[in-house]
Each structure stands twice: as structure tokens, then as C-alpha cells.
Design a protein around this ligand. Sequence first.
Ligand code: GLN
Length: 305
Amino acid sequence: METQLDLLTKECVSYTKNGNVADYIPELSKADPGMLGAYMIAEDGSEFFSGDYMQPFTIQSIVKTILLLQALIDNGVEAVSEKVGMEATGKPFDAINVTEQKLDSRHLNPMVNMGAILMCTLIAGNTYEERFSRVLELTRILSGNPTIDIERKVYLSEKTYGSKNRALAYLLKANGMLADDVEEVLDCYFQACSISVTCKDLANIGVVLANRGRRPGGDEFIVPEEYARYVNATLITCGMYDGSGEFALRVGVPAKSGVGGGIMAIAPARMGIGIFSPALDEKGNSVAGIQLLEKISRQFKLSIF
Ligand code: GLN
């Protein structure tokens, strides 16, 4: 299987030329656009990897899955569903407003920025620093990697150039949906986006979600089954933003992308996959990453459809 993955990865490297590295966060523009790596962890615990799988990168929007999980753990499904909706927005990740009408919670989705920023306010903790520490701890537990930490340069770059996210947060405040200090909330969000991971970390988190909350071979639930199911369902409709429909056709598994070039794919009851390739399409999704996932999905018959 490993040689097959190697082969598929080599076939997809040329697609990196069809995308561009994110530059709206200046620190991200330093990534090498030609990179492509993959890591697969199957339900039986077997692992396969290829290409630039060892390269660390920032988790970016993939952390939205962890923000949602932590919010669910701290508040339960009902309280979270009161604050954010679950319908696909069909809009870009940083959409100003997903509705023509007055903004209300049903118009937010935890997989787009506004909803994810709001998730930070639901996480338990006396300070936003404490809330972020809990998100980091959950990331370490899910990935089984206690050394995971933030990439400070990216964090500072996001904080400095985060006008759009500030606008989104103030819009929430203007609509009476965010009571706390905007800068404190955003600091938690920016730090969360700047967590540094590898393909293996994403594959480990993905396989726990694929197993509805359990590590391969383990009986213990790291996160409650119901919350894993909640996250997976949200990902199928909105995990790839306004590219989610096409992704469902081409790949057909719940997945979350980030502008750092990562994609975490969850093949239910089969495997977790971590992909890294920083050249992005106009929707902010990794071009070669999607191409490789499409081939992996066909090869291993992963589509749930
Ligand atoms: N930190 C980025 C932002 O909020 C994450 C966006 C993304 O990965 N799509 O702008």
C-alpha cells in the first residue's frame, strides 16, 4: 500500500503549479509551493506516508474542528446549536455576512470564520489564554502528540494582519452575539490557527473522528461519540467552504482544509488522512491536496456515497 501512495503522490506533484500560496497572512507566503505530503492511519492502526509528510505547517482552519469539539464538550449539543447553525453557507471562509437578512445564529457555521470565532467564546476558562490552553491540550490529546505547540511567527503575523477577522468579530458584537472583548477572543482564535502540525498529527486526529471518538484499537472514547458524529456531519457540508459540494463528488468523505495547505480527511470507520501542500485554489483549498485525495479515495474506495 505504501508504494501505491508514493506513486499517487508523485502523480499529483505537478498540480502544485496550479495554485498559489496564501499571502494575506504574510508569514504563510514563505511556504514552498511545490511541496506535497500525505500520511494515512487506518482503523487497524497501520500507517502509510509519502512525499513531504514530515514538513510542519500551521493548522489554520482545520482547528475549527477542534474549537467545535471543545465547545461541544464544554456545553453540549443543545447549547452549541443555539449559538451556531449547521447549514452549509456556500460562501468563502471569511464571508462578511452569509445572509441578506439580519444576522442570527442560524446563519453561522462553525466551519467558517465567524462561527469559529464565536466557538472561542463557548470554551470554558477564566481567561482567553486559559481557553486557548485547553484547545491546545485537546489538539495534543487527539493527535497523541504532546509536543504540539504554536508557530509564534505565524501567530504574530495573523494578529498584525487580521483586519478581516476583526471586522467579522465586531459584526458579531454589533449583532449582540459576542459579549467579550474582541481582541481577547481573537487572540484565542489566532493562536489556535497558528498551532503547528504535521500530516501525521492530522491523520491521528482524523482517525479518531473516523472511529467516532476512539483511537484505533482502543475502547476508550477520547471525545464522546455524539460529538465526533456532529463534527463529521458539519464537515461534509461545509469543511471545504464553497468547494464542499465539488469535494463531496470528487472525494466523498468529511474533510477540513486550512490556508496553511493542510487537509484533514476522515474516511468513516476506515482511516484518517493528513495532507500538506500549500499551493491553494481561489477558495483557499490545497490544489494538489484535493487531487491526491481524489486519487486515494478512488484507489481505496473511500467515498461514502
Ligand atoms: N487563520 C485563517 C483566517 O482566519 C484561517 C483561514 C483558513 O484556514 N481558511 O483567516
